[in-house]
Design a protein around this ligand. Sequence first.
Ligand code: HGY
Ligand code: MN
Ligand code: MN
Length: 409
Amino acid sequence: MINQDRLWNRLMELGSIGKQASGGITRLSFSEEERAAKRKVASYMEEAGLTVYEDAVGNLIGRREGRNQDAPVVLVGSHVDSVYNGGNFDGPLGVLSGIEILHTMNEQEIVTEHPIEVVAFTDEEGARFSFGMIGSRGIAGTLVRDQLQNKDQQGITIAEAMSEAGYDPSAIGQAARPKGTVKAYVELHIEQGKILEKRNASVGVVTGIAGPLWLKFVIKGEAGHAGTTPMNDRNDALVAAAGIIQLIEEEAAKTGSTVGTVGQLQLYPGGINIIPGKVEFTLDLRDIDEAVRDKVEQRIVTGAERLCEQRSVRLKTEVLQRVAPAPCSSVIQEKAKEACVKLGLEPISLPSGAGHDGMQLTELCPMGMLFIRSKDGISHNPAEWSSKEDCADGANVLYDTVLQLATKE
Ligand code: HGY
Ligand code: MN
Ligand code: MN
């Protein structure tokens, strides 16, 4: 069994890095806070007796050798970057549990056939550049140079932020793992929903990951005087945006499985007495079924175009990222359920509404995920919480699942 106090203390200690006065955590990719968190995680990897290194896209990796050092590696991990004002567990749970299971294997002098690596992926959330999963795309070999041109709110590109942090954007290809070099990838994460809590279960086995589609809407109307412009003579970009946001909620709700969220909105010029001339906002649209999601996307964009025409404002939409939903390996699901039963836990299966790095790795290797219960289903919020016991249950299921994968051919 893993050392649950060590895991918990590291979770709490890491959670103090990037903590805001609001109580939330902000650790954006290639920021000083994220670098400090990676230094702290590297020290835990060293304490665990792992060989520590970074790859060309800044993924931080701790490696434990097996009997056969040329055998394909079993990968575990998650991320330590966060959303704005996020919670303590989203990401760090998977990285620190990965370190904890390897620390325990070293203490128990367990010998596996395969080497095992724990990775803290660069920029899973995409909070800073509105383009995420950079580290896992790098390992999958699917990250391309023009994707590094995405900008943050200060106009800094990913490539510039990488260079400033000491990485060479032109070398991203070196992070790619050739097919056959990775046996499996397994991630432990908080559920960020209410299914396990409703089932009164600490751990669940993930069946598949919903695919996030991120769009940017830019509406151009005409700025004007709030006092002298009659209501029937306006090209108000914000009122048009309000109509589209209403449409998003209606179209997403229709399918019963799709979720649509407008998380960012900027209006210009932003004076109290000026009719907004321009509005930019984002849409995060997801469904476990890609065809359903993309049909909803089409209905929203068509409806938005019609609405903007009626209001004589101009609409431009841009795809920021389009990630296909990803099924989890049935072999890994079975091994994880076996691990649950061994620990006296009911083997519960559930889908993931949230996106995760594992969805970038499905072409490279079989992918599996485990969830632990989230209090009130809250996440991306300082109130995000999971109990010490549930973290320990999750890490012990991860431990046994990874041991099954790493001991046999
Ligand atoms: O957005 C997500 O689903 C994840 O938290 N990156
Ligand atoms: Mn998240
Ligand atoms: Mn996450």
